[in-house]
Design a protein around this ligand. Structure first.
Ligand SMILES: Nc1ncnc2c1ncn2[C@@H]1O[C@H](COP(=O)(O)OP(=O)(O)OP(=O)(O)O)[C@@H](O)[C@H]1O
Length: 257
């Protein structure tokens, strides 16, 4: 499902905190929104999710997000916020099952097929052994994975993931991004994510959008966007740009000797 943004501005009531953003993400594409703290990345994602007021065009599958009812939106778009508020007492599996709600008839209960979807997602996120554990009794990384389990159980054509790897160790971060990548390749799921980790962003996204001060400053392939000068200018960081074996740029901090 294609995502299209044209001259999008969004904010919280006062002056827009992000503006002038245009991007097209084809079905099965992965756009990573990167940029320094406070640049407007999360706000942009919320605008695509229809959760903050925006102007310009935000379309998913050719439909304006602002015109969709909440239930309809939840069938098309799965959104994982950077910091999710979760019902602490709920068990992991029951929480993930909430992701099936938009697919149920009103008043209907989840059926076997829904439980199977959840079991599959928990398995793939290494959460199966924690299925009955209340959310309050999870580590930070386990909790983050539970939030993603709910969103993946929603089985939407578009995934909006705000810093999905925060708090995850390198193995779980990789497993999560591999899983999302598989959904993208096999089901044509379209992904828009924010990612602070530029090494991961360059390996998984096919396009990067660099936002600074609320506006887009670079847009293109990871190799085009992640140059030493661009990163130095917009992050005020001393970095080197190495290459991975797969040819992806790997931005690493360069400590003065
Ligand atoms: N609910 C809100 N009300 C008012 N201003 C907000 C709100 N949320 C964020 N902002 C402001 O909007 C600007 C952009 O914030 P946003 O969270 O989009 O940045 P970000 O690029 O995701 O940052 P980070 O990398 O730190 O997560 C910041 O100046 C922030 O202080």
């Amino acid at each position: 499902m294609r995502v299209e943004l044209r001259d999008v501005a969004a904010g919280y009531g006062g002056a827009p905190v992000v503006r002038g953003v245009s991007a097209e993400v084809p079905a099965g594409g992965w756009l990573a929104v990167v940029g320094p703290n406070g640049a407007g990345k999360s706000t942009l994602l919320k605008a695509v999710a229809g959760l903050v007021r925006s102007t310009g065009v935000v379309e998913v599958g050719g439909r304006a997000v602002g015109g969709l009812r909440a239930r309809e939106r939840a069938r098309l778009i799965g959104y994982a916020p950077q910091v999710a508020v979760v019902p602490d007492g709920l068990a992991v599996a029951d929480y993930a099952l909430l992701g099936r709600t938009p697919h149920l008839d009103p008043l209907a209960r989840e059926g076997r097929a829904d439980r199977e979807v959840v079991a599959g997602v928990l398995d793939r996120l290494d959460l199966a052994h924690l299925a009955d554990r209340p959310l309050r009794a999870l580590s930070g990384g386990e909790r983050q994975r539970a939030v993603l389990a709910r969103v993946l159980a929603q089985q939407t054509g578009v995934l909006l993931l705000d810093e999905p790897t925060t708090g995850l160790d390198i193995g779980h971060a990789q497993a999560l991004l591999d899983l999302v990548d598989r959904l993208r390749a096999e089901d044509g799921t379209t992904v828009v994510s924010t990612l602070h980790d530029l090494v991961l962003a360059a390996q998984y996204a096919d396009r990067l959008l660099l936002v600074d001060g609320g506006g887009p400053v670079a847009h293109g392939s990871p190799a085009d966007v992640l140059t030493q000068e661009v990163v130095a200018r917009h992050y005020a960081a001393e970095v080197e740009v190495l290459r991975t074996r797969g040819g992806h740029p790997a931005v690493v901090p360069s400590r003065p000797v």
